[in-house]
Design a protein around this ligand. Structure first.
Ligand SMILES: NC(=O)C1=CN([C@@H]2O[C@H](COP(=O)(O)OP(=O)(O)OC[C@H]3O[C@@H](n4cnc5c(N)ncnc54)[C@H](O)[C@@H]3O)[C@@H](O)[C@H]2O)C=CC1
Ligand SMILES: O=P(O)(O)OC[C@H]1O[C@](O)(CO)[C@@H](O)[C@@H]1O
Length: 389
């Protein structure tokens, strides 16, 4: 069984590639980082290290890699693969679509075996987005055949894997916890037997629960933590004031999720508490700048901050703490983050009001706009108080 996985990075090696390998797949990574590709091919194995007291290690053996820029080679692998997965970042999905489209066109001509392509990204409907990019590139003549042979089930993935600072370039340190939930209703053919993957018929509650708890909480901690000058998530969340803001944001999203999906309030509170504990993991050193990376993506209307805040208001919940997270993202001026720099440029050129509306879609006469600007004043003041103490 062949698994083609796009993105041999942290989640690729430390989560999806590891589970596919354990499930018996011959894992072929596709990556544009040539050094990474050649390192994987020279060793054909790598180590996953658990970030906890036990520091258990796992050897992932028998893996290989190919260059993502070699469209012909990637297409050949896809034509014979048994599963295709991705962990490249939501913004990269459009760039891997040409190789996938080429592979699919070859495949449907030569065989009838169904194939499922699963995007494992932090976004709602990642596989559906990828499907749209791929379909844009398919010949009309094969689309009908592809519709019945190639599935694009959406998925939710949860495992914190920070930036790696190891001597061994392939070693990847991960938190022991993981959750991989896949939309079974969109699978074509038999369900891939992957130990640790959970199949559900309706993914929406799972993806929103994950994105609006883990990723919302993380983003709020990162953006507010950055304002207070903290380097890591652990340092930030240990600060009483940031803990209160993050917990408040999770109460807002929690109230929303309980009302929207009928989750048991007690169970949801336990879920949120477990996530706050994961942020406190002293064995993970996770930079606030990694967790806050790409603020334009994170501030977009369907992502982890604005979507739950809008929905909360529609359910009669006042999203003050989510408003703090959104506000802090507008003053996240990390020089190495191109999206952060673009927002700062926009504020300089067009002013704050236009910039907020442009990136979040929140009209300037909306209640959420008022909350965000109020929280921005509060953040600036509390940051100054923090530094003056
Ligand atoms: N790191 C984490 O804790 C988690 C990350 N995610 C999601 O997983 C995805 C990947 O994140 P990470 O693994 O952290 O990022 P990463 O930066 O460690 O890995 C991404 C990999 O994709 C490769 N890549 C970029 N463009 C490519 C292309 N055109 N073709 C093939 N490969 C390409 C990069 O070279 C890199 O090796 C993102 O969507 C992220 O939101 C989801 C859950 C947890
Ligand atoms: O990977 P993204 O979407 O940039 O956001 C970082 C987030 O993703 C994770 O890497 C994993 O869920 C979290 O650590 C964090 O909430």
């Amino acid at each position: 069984m062949i698994a083609v996985h796009f993105g041999a990075g942290n989640i690729g090696r430390g989560f999806i590639g590891m589970l596919l390998n354990k499930a018996g797949y011959d894992v072929c990574f596709v990556d544009v980082n040539k050094d990474l590709v050649s390192e994987i091919n020279s060793r054909n194995e790598y180590t996953v290290l658990f970030a906890d007291e036990g520091k258990e290690t796992f050897q992932i053996r028998g893996v290989r890699a190919i260059d993502g820029q070699d469209l012909d080679e990637v297409a050949r692998e896809i034509a014979h693969a048994d599963i295709v997965t991705t962990a490249v970042g939501p913004n990269i999905l459009k760039f891997i679509a040409p190789a996938i489209a080429k592979g699919i066109q070859q495949r449907v001509k030569s065989q009838k075996q169904p194939l499922n392509i699963i995007a494992c990204e932090n976004t709602i409907g990642g596989s559906t987005q990828l499907k749209a990019y791929v379909y844009d590139l398919l010949d009309e003549s094969v689309k009908k055949q592809v519709e019945s042979m190639i599935g694009f089930p959406d998925a939710a993935v949860d495992r914190i894997v920070p930036l790696q600072k190891n001597e061994d370039p392939l070693l990847v340190m991960v938190e022991p916890f993981f959750e991989w939930v896949i939309d079974q209703s969109k699978i074509i053919g038999s369900i891939p037997a992957i130990e640790g993957a959970t199949y559900v018929n309706d993914l929406t509650p799972f993806i929103e629960r994950k994105l609006f708890t883990v990723n919302t909480g993380h983003a709020v901690t990162a953006y507010v933590g950055y304002q207070y000058g903290f380097q890591t998530i652990e340092q930030a969340i240990t600060n009483e004031s940031i803990y209160r803001i993050t917990k408040g944001a999770l109460q807002e999203t929690g109230n929303l999720l309980v009302r929207k999906y009928g989750f048991d309030p007690q169970q949801h509170e336990e879920y949120s508490a477990k996530i706050l504990k994961r942020f406190l993991n002293p064995f993970l050193s996770d930079d606030v700048t990694r967790v806050g990376r790409s603020p334009i993506r994170k501030l977009s209307p369907n992502d982890r901050l604005v979507s739950p805040a809008m929905q909360a208001l529609n359910h009669g919940i006042v999203p003050t703490h989510l408003g703090s997270g959104i506000a802090a993202a507008f003053v996240f001026d990390h020089p190495n983050d191109p999206e952060a720099m673009e927002i700062q440029e926009s504020i300089k050129e067009n002013g704050l009001t236009k910039t907020i509306t442009r990136y979040t879609g929140i009209p300037d006469d909306h209640e959420l706009f008022r909350i965000v600007t109020k929280q921005l004043d509060w953040i600036k003041k509390s940051r100054n108080d923090f530094y003056n103490h």
